[in-house]
Design a protein around this ligand. Sequence first.
Ligand code: PSV
Ligand code: MN
Ligand code: MN
Length: 392
Amino acid sequence: MTSKDEPRSREAVKAALGAQTVETPSWAYANSGTRFKVFAQPGVPRTPFEKLDDAARVHAHTGVAPAVALHIPWDRVDDYGELAAHAAKLGLRIGTVNANVFQDDDYRLGSVTNPDPAVRRKAVRHLLDCVEIMEATGSRDLKLWFSDGTNYPGQDDLRTRQDRLAEALRTVYDRLGDGHRMLLEYKLFEPAFYATDVPDWGTAYAHCLQLGPKARVVVDTGHHAPGTNIEFIVASLLRAERLGGFDLNSRFYADDDLMAGAADPFQLFRIMYEVVRGGGLTPDVAFMLDQCHNIEPKIPAIIRSVMNVQEATAKALLVDPEALAHAQRTGDVLAANGVLMDAFNTDVRPLLAEVREEAGLDPDPMAAYRRSGWAERIVSERIGGEQAGWGA
Ligand code: PSV
Ligand code: MN
Ligand code: MN
């Protein structure tokens, strides 16, 4: 990556775009929706293996989506080595392992912060099992999101819950292998409505600092209060070398899990600008999607999201660092803002088409997917068995 003040050549921009990868979530290929309704779609995968088959189509057409995140137990299989081998056969790899300690009845009052030590032990056991799955699949990152929290003031002691959280995180952190990382994800609210135990980046960052260098914060773009300046959080975490990655999606209201870059492409650009500015366009920062496609067809929605991330990245790379630094140094407010807006308003689609063509891909991934016949094939072939969905 070039330094802050060096102008980027067109070739350097193209090289950076070709090197960026976007990790796709296994659950986005499955049936998922809102708490009111899940609209089942024909041809949806029945197994984690079929989710990988679909992810391979996204990678085939975009060339930048080789990693697939798992969610355990949604992606439970007997042999994780076999799942990783299937990924490798498709030219993919297993990405982040997402632990799920939010769906059992036992977790009504929380998982790792539950007042009952037996429930806490069960939750930690699951997190340790996830580390084993990382070993079996070659995954680098363990992603932890806790639905833990309280609904009413006084329901439980806020501070004691932090102590329980710290203890659980320490146990799991100490079990990580060489090269493993722990990514801690925060979320302001939902399903807890009064106090969430990891509500914000400050709380996540404080725990990560106590744990050690393998602990990093994940920024899910849908997990903030409306109006939050997410790019400031990104800049701060990069500055502190604690940004582990993103769960990218977009939202109009709460944690909507819509396609990345669909609701507010300008926000995604501002975030990507801070990533580029902070030297975060490296494999140290995982660019993951965390989305649900309730009414739109899933594979093309994921392709569209990957393209939206690429477009925001391309625009961020086009910001002229020299012109911006000069305007900032001289206090020229309008010129500085103009430099960013010029980059944002550039149509980068021809540039990305060129990057794809040079990589031997169709310049239009959406059209290439439509022509591939995969959508028709999965509808006719995936007959019988249970379609995968949330919890399956
Ligand atoms: C929680 O809202 C979350 O963002 C976490 O990343 C979960 O693992 C994911 O959604 C499940 O969809
Ligand atoms: Mn998330
Ligand atoms: Mn979420």
